[in-house]
Design a protein around this ligand. Structure first.
Ligand code: DUC
Ligand code: ZN
Ligand code: ZN
Length: 468
């Protein structure tokens, strides 16, 4: 089966061009003018090809969201599994997700969670997917086992500097060193555990239990201290690659900028919510529960610093940290005490539309940067490039067609995840994904899902490309 996408503005790595795309089977076969790329002539092309007219549309590489938590078990289980999570992703133009696996039972090996997540995803996904490994109890055997996980396609791992399975500085160095040897990527959740525990206990002792104390117990310096420390630990480990997830604070971005200017292989990710929401979301003690996530939403002054960091290549990826709990359900556990509220919020479906609207339509990002931060850079850093993340001959035909003029008022009712709210209720966006294709198959068109759960493939990821 062939498909010809005609008359679109195609966002290549060097920039947008007016071009037609020929897709043969699962991959991009040619980029150029239809008459030339369809061989013998128009009639033959018409007989053999489905033609999609992309006049007035922008053709982008399918999005990659490298930070989701679908079906995760925390104190309670999140409400989006790998079907509702990936369905919502593809409606928003994301064609690949990489999920951060949750912790397993105490003392389990690395493969334990991989096995659990194979079961979670078997026959479930509509987008292509991979997993980041997760470190919990660290010893020599676990470091040894890392090699076989990398061979099996989990070439990146997450470590935490807070929560029960936080790593010490010494453990962090050992992880960085080991993954560096294996050409894998160390990702890290940066928050200083002592600071947040101290402040949390202080607020609780003072009876300050409303949602607004959540961000106050995890101030920007709580994140930046940990970012700063990890950058130095990566250097001490032998200048190993380091990917910092969900950067929320301007000061953290500044520190990453300095490290990158000094030539260190440090890569920063931010998330949609940190770019467009501010800490006034916590003013209402009830509504504020919807936004309890870690790190928390910051003051407005952080937003422009993060946008600038995306423009100048300090931050390379926009992800979501999609980790959803119902507002009328488990989020209410935080009603009397913010520390009891499950952390996280949904976001996979709106990542690209919001970034397009607030970024491209408002002139903060050009289309080339948009494609990089929503797709290409994650493909490179997480060992999927050039199969994923780019529009070039031979790459998977993972595409999203955006209508830059379509305006939409965001409401929970138009979204496809299982969560009973969206953090972006009432937001107006300009620019909307109207067709999503994965490996040459149209998966969303005319606002309908065109494939069944199980269509998505597990991605065995390879080595990271670090010269970004
Ligand atoms: N914080 C995390 O560390 N993980 C999932 C969601 C959240 O808010
Ligand atoms: Zn995290
Ligand atoms: Zn996360």
């Amino acid at each position: 089966m062939k498909t010809l996408i005609k008359n679109g503005l195609v966002v290549l790595e060097d920039g947008p061009v007016s071009a037609d795309l020929l897709i043969d089977g699962e991959t991009i076969a040619a980029i150029g003018k239809a008459d030339e790329i369809c061989g013998a002539g128009k009639e033959e092309a018409a007989a053999d090809c489905r033609v999609i007219d992309a006049s007035g549309l922008i053709v982008l590489p399918g999005g990659i969201d490298p930070h989701t938590h679908f079906n995760i078990m925390t104190s309670v289980r999140s409400v989006d599994d790998f079907t509702s999570g990936t369905v919502s992703a593809v409606f928003g133009g994301t064609t690949t997700i990489i999920d951060h696996m949750g912790f397993g039972p105490k003392g389990c090996d690395l493969h334990h969670q991989f096995q659990v997540y194979k079961e979670y995803t078997e026959g479930k996904c509509v987008a292509d997917y991979g997993f980041h490994g997760v470190y919990q109890d660290l010893d020599e055997q676990i470091l040894e086992e890392t090699a076989s996980m990398v061979d099996e396609g989990l070439s990146s791992f997450k470590m935490y500097l807070t929560y029960d399975y936080r790593q010490s500085d010494e453990e962090a160095i050992r992880i960085l060193k080991r993954l560096g040897e294996l050409s894998g990527m160390t990702t890290v959740h940066c928050e200083n555990h002592a600071i947040l525990t101290w402040l949390r206990e202080k607020f609780l002792a003072e009876g300050k239990t409303e949602a607004k104390y959540h961000p106050l117990s995890r101030p920007p310096y709580c994140e930046t201290e940990a970012v700063d420390r990890m950058i130095d630990l990566a250097m001490a480990a032998g200048d190993q690659p380091l990917y910092i997830v969900h950067v929320s604070a301007g000061e953290s971005a500044e520190r990453i900028r300095q490290a990158r200017q000094a030539g260190q292989k440090v890569f920063g990710e931010t998330c949609t919510q940190y770019l467009v929401l501010d800490d006034s979301v916590y003013d209402d003690p009830q509504e504020g529960l919807k936004f309890i996530m870690s790190p928390p939403i910051r003051g407005k002054e952080h937003q422009e610093i993060l946008w600038q960091a995306l423009r100048d290549g300090t931050l390379l990826v926009v992800a979501t940290d999609h980790c959803s709990f119902d507002y009328h359900g488990d989020k209410q556990m935080g009603k009397e005490d913010f520390t009891k509220c499950p952390n996280g919020a949904p976001g996979a479906e709106l990542r690209m539309p919001i970034l397009f609207s607030e970024g491209v339509s408002k002139g903060r990002l050009d289309l080339t940067t948009f494609a990089k931060v929503t797709s290409t850079n994650a493909a490179k850093l997480f060992g999927m490039y050039p199969k994923k993340g780019t529009i070039r001959v031979g790459s998977d035909a993972d595409l999203v067609l955006f209508d830059p003029e379509r305006e939409v008022d965001i409401t929970r009712l138009i979204l496809h995840d299982n969560t009973d709210y969206t953090p972006y209720e009432g937001m107006h966006v300009k620019g909307w994904p109207i067709l999503t294709m994965i490996r040459g198959t149209v998966v969303v068109e005319n606002e309908r899902l065109q494939v069944k759960p199980g269509f998505g493939n597990f991605l065995r990821r390879g080595k990271s490309i670090c010269d970004l």
